[in-house]
Write a protein that binds this ligand. Structure first.
Ligand SMILES: C[S@@+](CC[C@H](N)C(=O)[O-])C[C@H]1O[C@@H](n2cnc3c(N)ncnc32)[C@H](O)[C@@H]1O
Length: 343
């Protein structure tokens, strides 16, 4: 039997050409691609709650990542000034476009077709709030909010909490999606901190990577292990090569074997400070400071060339930082984001 005939006989065809069929009875418009997390929210109460918890103001522009068929988008459009919706799947983008077509919401919505992860920030207009129901498991959400001592506490937790205020909003059971995913999920709220310290992300995250290599070991054991020390030494040589003037005369003496690490350690603590009063940990500030000119660079390379690095120098520097911050006996698993920022 032809589809149209069958629909008529079942009474499901619209009685008027202007009447839209009831949305709830609609069969899926196309096969959802679960490989890119296409599990659509089917519970309107959950969609309402997610949008309500975002506290959208009428003057705000909202970025939505992964709008799908627009379950959240249409609700966000009820509250926001504008919505920018970035969708990977052209079929979903077309469906969303149909949903708002001919309604006042159409003017407020900009659909961007593409992979959000690959978008340059310059390709997006500024926004005030970001809402996204993209694929992730509850465990990921719990990692974001985990506190020191929790089994899920990790580098991700520290980074999230260092740069933002994060809270758990509600659990969402897999029964609320179509097709249902294999895992339960959670909604979290992440507010960027306004008082974020101005630090180098690469250095900060590099440090956390080492601290969380074995999060239950003491930081002293982690940082003085052979592999980590060798890596810090390598970084320090690179740093010293670029920042010749920041390497203290005392360090050069140790490097040249004219002074032992013990002599140096016994000296003034101030000797470990550079001219700005910062701890001369080296190894990290590879991109900092002015670019050395070619002559300086050659000089440094000549100074470093042929010198077998006195391994004790870096070990002593690591020890000094761990002792002065009191972090040596601590374990990453029990330190919070402020501990890692101790100076
Ligand atoms: C879980 S569905 C959510 C759809 C809708 N927001 C909802 O709540 O029902 C995730 C949506 O994100 C889209 N998506 C997945 N990865 C994406 C990416 N990297 N960039 C943009 N959209 C993406 C999928 O195509 C899908 O439409």
């Amino acid at each position: 039997m032809a589809k149209a005939q069958r629909a008529k006989r079942n009474g499901s065809a619209p009685s008027s050409p202007y009447q839209k069929p009831a949305a709830a009875k609609k069969a899926p418009i196309f096969k959802f691609n679960t490989k890119i997390g296409q599990h659509i929210l089917k519970n309107p109460a959950i969609a309402d709650a997610i949008v309500a918890k975002a506290h959208i103001q009428p003057v705000e522009t909202v970025l939505e990542i992964g709008p799908g068929t627009g379950v959240l988008t249409t609700r966000i459009l009820d509250h926001a000034k504008n919505v920018i919706a970035v969708e990977l799947d052209p079929r979903m983008a077309a469906e969303l476009s149909c949903v708002v077509q001919g309604t006042p919401k159409q003017q407020k919505l900009q659909i961007v077709l593409g992979d959000f992860i690959k978008l340059e920030s310059s390709e997006l207009k500024p926004f005030d709030v970001c809402i996204s129901n993209t694929p992730y498991q509850r465990e990921f959400a719990l990692r974001l909010i985990a506190r020191p001592g929790d089994s899920l506490y990790s580098r991700l937790s520290v980074n999230t909490q260092f740069f933002s205020k994060v809270s758990h909003v509600m659990k969402v059971s897999k029964k609320n999606f179509t097709p249902p995913p294999q895992v339960e999920s959670s909604v979290v709220r992440i507010e960027p901190r306004t008082d974020r310290p101005n630090i180098s992300w690469d250095e900060w995250d590099g440090m956390l990577r080492v601290c969380f290599m074995r999060k239950n070991k003491t930081l002293k054991a982690t940082w003085t292990g052979n592999k980590v020390r060798a890596m810090v030494e390598q970084n320090w040589i690179t740093w010293a090569t670029i920042n010749t003037e920041a390497v203290s005369e005392k360090d050069w003496k140790v490097l040249r074997g004219e002074e032992s690490v013990d002599d140096q350690a016994a000296g003034e603590e101030a000797d470990a400070m550079d001219e700005d009063g910062d701890e001369d940990m080296g190894g990290g500030n590879v991109s900092g400071g002015d670019e050395p000119d070619a002559e300086e660079d050659n000089t440094t390379l000549r100074r470093l060339a042929g010198i077998k690095l006195n391994k004790g120098l870096i070990a002593a520097k690591i020890r000094r930082v761990l002792d002065s911050t009191g972090l040596g006996s601590q374990r990453a698993a029990k330190c919070d984001e402020t501990d890692f920022c101790t100076s």
